[in-house]
Design a protein around this ligand. Structure first.
Ligand SMILES: NC(=O)C1=CN([C@@H]2O[C@H](COP(=O)(O)OP(=O)(O)OC[C@H]3O[C@@H](n4cnc5c(N)ncnc54)[C@H](O)[C@@H]3O)[C@@H](O)[C@H]2O)C=CC1
Ligand SMILES: O=C([O-])CC(=O)C(=O)O
Length: 314
């Protein structure tokens, strides 16, 4: 049988969705379908066509199609969900929960109907609770429903550390644990530059400032943009996750994963280090935590559980 290109559908053609579609196509990961609600069909088709017309210049053979019909997403290998509302200055991600939970449910029904074997990656905020909502609604196994927070949060941390040390971002590694909120837990003990622990390179007070900036990294961009939230780094993060799955790379990266006892948590989606490969989340990696790290993680878990308690009833 002829080998076919992979198919990636991106639901929501706003800032994050459109940017993800472009980045995924530029990496030639497969053919991309960009979907939004019927009211947005014109702009969605327009963005997709504009991106498609960039492919000859870029030298990539990925198609990009804009649509408002789920028929066009049929048999996707990976579906990325970015549909929903974004926060504005003065709002927290948690303020989006009621509206976006409804959107997650309706989107998931269609994704399951048309792409029953897909891997779903959820970006929509509040991301931990929205990934949980999609998991429950889909009935998919836990490895096939994955949320995005840690690649982005870690990328922000790595950016700030590289700036501080004036070294390549490539050589800085880090791990951010916990919910995608201001209580997230950047794990300094597991962070390094060129393999050298950060604690040997940066003074504790500066590390604390970098941690604080990372925690509030989303809010910093919201404040600067004035009318929406970050999209370039989020799209790059989603693209890395799509690539890890489609190329079965078995990347060790933090994702929002379903926990059944790991880190002492049950029935919860939370940001943790995972192995992401051809079967989605192939493993949750459990790190040893100090008492202080555990306390920080517990605080973050409590914040996620508070948001989950605000999820609309079935
Ligand atoms: N987890 C993370 O790290 C990040 C999460 N986000 C979240 O991603 C979401 C999207 O952000 P942006 O793209 O900037 O927002 P945006 O407002 O630019 O785009 C959202 C799009 O979703 C569409 N949409 C709404 N309901 C829909 C439905 N039922 N079906 C299909 N499409 C629908 C809208 O028409 C709009 O085009 C927000 O909730 C934001 O908070 C954004 C950045 C990072
Ligand atoms: O801050 C927001 O609302 C969007 C987001 O999750 C991020 O950029 O980390």
């Amino acid at each position: 049988m002829a080998i076919k290109r992979r198919k990636i559908s991106v639901i929501g053609s706003g800032f994050t969705g459109a940017t993800t579609a472009l980045m995924v196509a530029q990496k030639e990961l497969g053919d991309v379908v960009l979907l939004d609600i019927p009211n947005m069909e014109g702009p969605t088709k327009g963005k997709a066509l504009d991106m498609l017309e960039s492919t000859p210049v870029q030298g990539v053979d990925s198609t990009i199609t804009g649509t408002s019909s789920y028929e066009d997403t049929k048999d996707s290998d990976v579906v990325v969900i970015t549909a929903g509302i974004a926060r504005k200055p003065g709002m927290s991600r948690d303020d989006l929960v009621a509206t976006n939970a409804k959107i997650m449910k309706s989107v998931t029904k269609e994704v399951v109907k048309y792409s029953p074997n897909s891997y779903i990656i959820v970006l929509t905020n509040p991301a931990d609770a929205m990934t949980y909502t999609v998991y429950k609604e889909s009935g998919f196994p836990k490895n096939r429903v994955i949320g995005q927070s840690g690649v982005l949060d870690t990328a922000r941390f790595r950016t700030f550390v590289a700036q501080e040390l004036n070294v390549s971002v490539e050589d800085v590694t880090g791990f951010v644990l916990g919910g995608h909120g201001d209580d997230m837990v950047p794990l300094i003990r597991y962070s390094a530059a060129g393999g050298v622990p950060l604690t040997k390179l940066i003074a504790p007070e500066r590390i604390e400032e970098i941690v604080e900036r990372t925690r509030k990294g989303g809010g910093e961009i919201v404040g600067l943009l004035g009318n929406g939230s970050a999209y370039y780094a989020p799209a790059a993060s989603l693209t890395q996750m799509v690539e890890a799955i489609l190329k079965d790379k078995k990347r060790i990266i933090p994702t929002i994963a379903y926990l059944e006892g790991e880190y002492g948590q049950h029935d919860l989606y939370l940001g943790v280090p995972t192995i992401l490969g051809g079967d989605g989340i192939e493993k949750v990696i459990e790190l040893d935590l100090t008492e202080e790290e555990k306390a920080q993680l517990d605080k973050s878990v409590q914040s996620v559980r508070n948001v989950m308690a605000a999820l609309p009833a079935e």
